[in-house]
Design a protein around this ligand. Structure first.
Ligand code: URA
Length: 210
């Protein structure tokens, strides 16, 4: 089914006004996200557009209540175009399962859509360009809550340079959506002592928003 963006926007407006009385087909929302993906997937606005193999848009349920934001694609994501499918992604799957969720229940995207060479930290100029894409994804998905995974996603979304421990455990706001920051699953792989903290963060968020 091919529905133009204006119609989709109108249907979304009806959903916002009438809430649950209007049932919006998940495919319609996917349609809008898919269309947006097509608009941006050939991006060459920064040098990462030259070195990437695949543009990693984000994956999951376009109607999700919970949206996760990671840092940037790693090597496996760059090869496949799919977010969080490497080792950190496998751990994320376990953490989700622990709160009775699967990938198909959530949406997950990164601050950057292209892999920085050798997984270096994203540059501020790259974040400034790519964050606009994240903004638009959030405005299409309209999640109830965003969970930023790790320091880079956290500082990008809360707009403050803080240590992760200082960002954790507080409710922020991003584009009028509640936002929490927790550890990046890759950090847990490096330091399993933090596992209890991320488990309790996920549990707190599940209790509040599911
Ligand atoms: N780490 C991230 O931040 N994002 C991915 O997609 C994979 C690993």
């Amino acid at each position: 089914m091919n529905i133009d963006r204006k119609t989709i926007r109108y249907l979304r407006y009806l959903r916002d006004v009438y809430g649950n009385k209007i049932i919006l087909n998940k495919d319609l929302l996917m349609n809008e996200l898919e269309q947006y993906k097509k608009e941006i997937e050939n991006c060459k606005k920064c040098i990462l557009g030259e070195s990437r193999i695949k543009f990693v848009f984000g994956d999951g349920n376009p109607n999700a209540d919970i949206m996760f934001v990671g840092e940037a694609p790693g090597a496996t994501e760059d090869q496949t175009g799919i977010t969080f499918i490497g080792r950190a992604g496998k751990l994320l799957d376990k953490l989700l399962l622990n709160i009775n969720l699967q990938r198909s229940d959530i949406f997950i995207a990164n601050v950057l859509k292209c892999r920085p060479p050798a997984n270096r930290d994203p540059l501020p100029s790259e974040i400034a360009i790519c964050e606009k894409y994240l903004h638009k994804q959030i405005s299409i998905i309209k999640p109830k809550v965003i969970i930023a995974l790790g320091r880079i996603a956290g500082k990008t979304l809360i707009k403050q340079e803080l240590a992760l421990g200082k960002m954790r455990g507080k409710k922020y706001n991003y584009q009028n959506v509640d936002l929490y920051v927790t550890y990046h699953p890759a950090a847990i792989l490096r330091n399993p002592n933090w596992k209890d903290s991320i488990v309790s963060d996920f549990q707190m968020i599940a209790k509040k928003y599911l």
